[in-house]
Design a protein. Structure first.
Lengths: 462, 176
């Protein structure tokens, strides 16, 4: 910018800089205001300014033309007596006097131009980091022989369009919002506020959150969000999908969450404790009761893990998790189940490996009927290798769910299955990935269907 | 000639008024100075004066934002190489608990980031936070992640802070 400005004829320098400033600063504010009317108004002002600049440019040209004429006349005097020995000495004061103020002024102009350049750079560099809310977006589309969420569908599909905001509040204030648009099995597009949590950092290793958050159990549910790009595999394990995508464990909780990861020894202890509205099964799908529930029962849970940061186990995380809730449904008469879930997880996350294993045990009790207690379990193992050309992965997942348990019986996806999958992730660029997966799924109770599926997903972040 | 000055002054006034917020100007030698590189050797940022310095922050366990940051640093390196300019690249760890010199050393090997003008630094929590605050690197921990944005801050050979580069609309702006 500065180099260009200094090469411009003098008469154009000022207007050019002003024009640059107008273009460089005013529209930024207008866009920031996000109001088309403001933009239009600014455009009008800009046009007026351009007219004024044009008029002033003409005036500057006129003045400089007069000044140039004077300078030429003054410089002609010494040039007229080149042979006279005294002439240069005698003549030198004239150009010297003319040059000194000019040089000084040029230096000032140069200095001012540099300052202007720095100010422009500083203004440009502030960007969204200082003026707005950091916004991240994720989107994915795909094609498959069996839709990754709705297995009865095939062909091309639109996945998620996920917006992820982390507004900065203060040194200790925290906020995280995630809005996701997704396509239902019927093809309609819905928008969901997947996470709406506002927190406060009580201490370096203790943050309390209030709102809707991902229930802290296992690894996947908090490590991944709704943007497909962050996941090396094409999809989450079926039983750990989000509620409206076939998940059978409450992925979201509306409540209070205390979390932290203090350093202990050579690693970190990761702890979580949470309480929130007990979820409800509505029309076969778990609902996290954003506005509260009618019976006042709570889900209470926690997670405790240890992340090894050094030694042979560096990158390994081992942990346990549990929650208890009273979860009913909207059947007539309604069922109520005390759900007690517990289990463990292991993650080996290094530059080369992403290996994850999670297990869930369910000891549920029928509180509204006489079916008594039911035991079920589910789990998965995924091995992934971070090669320079991509991330191949293999996964085995299963559920063994007691169909006499109202908690599973009332859920549309509460069936037992096992699935083996091989997949591959290619990163086309730092913000775009293509994923392929071939999976074989065997349903083992409500039906005995078995199907193979080939899936492709194109996921981006922006 | 006076017109130029008038215009420039007006421009300066406009530019200064157009600033959304005022960041304290920071020189490289005004930042926290006590760091260790990936070999555990103490390094003072002021020692890097004399050529351009590009500063960024990252953490070794980051799989999403930091690869983009590193890719951008490599792009900047290529630009400087093409221009024949010398520059130092400084990457300060967000998480001193995890990002010790040994972790950074392995990080460099795994990603083939072994040019001698690249420095992966570990400091105290206090120094890390102070540098982050001075250079506008907002960060906080969430689960086992560090929430942060991709950002590079440039310093000229005299140590004066220049442009900060952040991704905008999915693209990084041109290198100043």
């Amino acid at each position: 910018m500065r180099r260009v400005a200094m090469k411009l004829p003098g008469a154009r320098l000022g207007p050019a800089l002003l024009l640059g400033l107008l273009i460089g600063t005013v529209p930024v504010r207008a866009v920031g205001a996000e109001r088309a009317a403001s933009v239009k108004e600014l455009q009008q002002k800009l046009e007026e300014s351009l007219k004024a600049i044009q008029a002033l440019t003409e005036r500057v040209r006129e003045l400089e033309a007069r000044q140039a004429g004077t300078a030429v006349a003054a410089s002609a005097a010494p040039a007229a007596a080149p042979s006279a020995p005294a002439a240069p000495a005698a003549a030198s004061p004239a150009p010297g006097q003319a040059a000194t103020p000019g040089t000084t002024e040029s230096a000032r102009v140069e200095a001012l131009a540099q300052q202007l350049d720095q100010l422009e750079t500083a203004n440009a560099s502030r960007g969204t980091a200082d003026t707005g809310v950091p916004l991240h977006g994720f989107a994915d589309v795909g094609v498959s022989t069996h839709n990754p969420i709705n297995a009865d569908l095939k062909g091309f599909n639109v996945g998620n369009l996920d917006f992820y905001l982390t507004p900065r509040l203060s040194d200790r204030g925290r906020a995280l919002f995630e809005m996701n648009t997704e396509v239902s099995g019927e093809g309609s597009v819905g928008v969901d506020l997947e996470r709406a949590q506002i927190g406060y950092q009580l201490a370096d290793q203790a943050t309390v959150w209030l709102g809707r958050f991902h229930s802290p159990y296992g690894y996947v549910n908090t490590a991944l969000h709704h943007g497909a790009w962050v996941n090396n595999s094409l999809r989450r394990p079926g039983f750990l999908q989000f509620e409206d995508s076939g998940g059978i464990v409450p992925a979201h909780t509306v409540g209070l969450w205390l979390t932290g990861a203090p350093r202990v020894g050579l690693g970190k202890v990761q702890y979580d404790a949470y309480v929130g509205n007990s979820q409800q099964i509505i029309d076969g799908v778990l609902d996290m009761r954003n506005a509260g529930n009618t019976h006042g029962h709570l889900i209470v849970g926690g997670r405790l893990g240890y992340l090894f940061n050094a030694g042979a186990a560096e990158g390994l995380t081992l942990g346990v998790h549990a929650f208890s809730a009273h979860i009913g449904d909207n059947a007539l008469p309604a069922n109520m189940t005390r759900v007690l879930t517990y289990g463990g997880y292991a993650v080996y996350d290094t530059d080369q490996w992403e290996n994850i294993a999670e297990v869930y045990l369910f000891d549920n009790e029928d509180l509204s009927g006489t079916s008594g207690k039911h035991h079920s379990n589910a789990g998965f193992v995924q091995l992934g290798y971070r090669a320079s050309w991509g991330v191949p992965y293999a996964r085995y997942e299963y559920t063994s769910l007691d169909q006499a348990d109202n908690y599973f019986g009332a859920q549309a996806s509460g069936y037992s299955y096992h699935r083996s999958a091989l997949g591959l992730r290619f990163d086309l660029s730092p913000d775009a990935a293509v994923k392929l997966e071939f999976a074989d799924t065997q349903l083992t109770d409500r039906s005995r269907d078995q199907y193979g599926a080939g899936l492709m997903q194109y996921a981006i972040r922006f | 000639m006076r017109w130029r000055t008038v215009w420039l002054c007006a421009g300066l006034l406009l530019a200064s008024g157009a600033g959304v917020s005022s960041n304290d100007a920071t020189r490289l030698d005004q930042l926290p100075q006590q760091w260790r590189d990936d070999r555990g050797i103490p390094l003072t940022l002021g020692d890097l004066l004399g050529q351009r310095v590009v500063v960024s922050m990252a953490y070794t366990r980051c799989r999403s934002i930091c690869p983009t940051t590193i890719a951008e640093l490599q792009r900047v390196q290529k630009v400087f190489d093409a221009r024949g300019e010398q520059a130092s690249f400084v990457i300060v760890g967000f998480d001193p608990d995890n990002d010790d010199p040994a972790s950074w050393h392995q990080y460099r090997i795994n990603r083939q980031l072994q040019r001698s003008n690249w420095y992966f630094l570990t400091g105290s929590w206090r120094a890390t936070r102070q540098l982050a605050q001075q250079l506008g690197f907002d960060f906080w921990t969430y689960d086992t992640h560090v929430m942060h944005e991709a950002r590079l801050v440039m310093f000229d050979a005299q140590g004066n802070r220049g442009a900060a580069i952040t991704p905008a609309s999915g693209n990084w702006p041109a290198l100043p």
